[in-house]
Write a protein that binds this ligand. Structure first.
Ligand code: RP5
Length: 161
């Protein structure tokens, strides 16, 4: 059975970042699949993944890539499913290259672009959860509880390290 969320990334080297999204989805009890789909190295794989995504039953795609990060935008061109883009941090340009490659989409094909790096990947999972929770009361309750727990974990005053 197809899970609701597809996590795709341009390279194995992106997994250490994108695993943050997977971990969050695990915490929230949301099923997902994870695939390496490169816009440049495996364009045919990108084409068929995007073409089949909605028909297979996926509901949201989280797409992470770094550098010339064309994967999220190309995927948004190929499927009407919401695509959440994660700019992976790079060595040469710290991920600003990834961010700029993902965020500035032309009118008609949006990508919901997250922050650079691990926080962006985690937030991508929370964004996907928020979308799915619109139609899933049990998930909405789990997401609310997760958010409440995070708020409760923040101390009111700083302490010396
Ligand atoms: C992009 O090129 C990938 O998303 C990755 O972030 C970057 C570098 O890939 P590798 O050379 O590490 O495979 O396509």
């Amino acid at each position: 059975m197809t899970p609701p969320v597809g996590i795709i990334m341009g390279s194995q080297s992106d997994w250490s970042t994108m695993r943050e999204a997977a971990t969050l989805l695990d915490e929230l009890g949301i099923a997902y699949e994870s695939r390496i789909v490169s816009a440049h190295r495996t364009p045919d794989r990108l084409w068929s993944y995007g073409k089949e995504a909605a028909g297979r039953g996926l509901q949201v795609i989280i797409a992470g890539a770094g550098g010339a990060a064309h994967l999220p935008g190309m995927m948004a061109s190929k499927t009407r499913l919401p695509v959440i883009g994660v700019p992976v941090q790079t060595k040469a340009l710290s991920g600003v290259d990834s961010l700029y490659s993902i965020v500035q989409m032309p009118k008609g094909f949006p990508v919901a672009t997250m922050a650079i790096g691990a926080a962006g990947a985690a937030n991508a999972a929370l964004m996907a959860a928020g979308i799915l929770a619109l139609q899933d009361d049990a998930l909405a309750a789990r997401l609310d509880a997760w958010r409440d727990a995070l708020s409760a974990s923040i101390p009111e005053s700083p302490t010396d390290e």
